[in-house]
Write a new protein. Sequence first.
Length: 151
Amino acid sequence: MRTRSVLLHAMFAAGLVVMISGCQGTGSEDLIASNAPAEISGAAASAIAGDMVSRLAEQIGPGKAMVALKPDGSPFGQALETALKGWGYSVVTDQKTDDKAKLVAIAYALQPYEDQVLARLSTATVDIGRAYTVTAAGATPASPLSVMRKG
């Protein structure tokens, strides 16, 4: 049992490294191209987005900034935008903002792995990630939250 837990955490960490290294900048706005598989159900996408945004709010403060998000059109991208607005964030998806606004660029990635999904949200100052078990009714956390603060 302990070996399985260690192996799961090692695979989760490796998955996060792969997801983070696969990010690509999109220009002077420093937004990252986000991606999530379209086959994740709306219920699972909403559950994952709700949990991840609540954890992100713990790191950057709830509703304290305008968020720049470049969604990919997936159910998760839509659910993430809804969850961010639910936490009081102003969400900009067209990358045009008032120069005086405090802007936090957020990128995301969801990566299916065996019978779980690895989820990551990234900003310029923090990356958070977690594995989820996805069912037809939604998704539940399958690992502790991983938080990486950037210098």
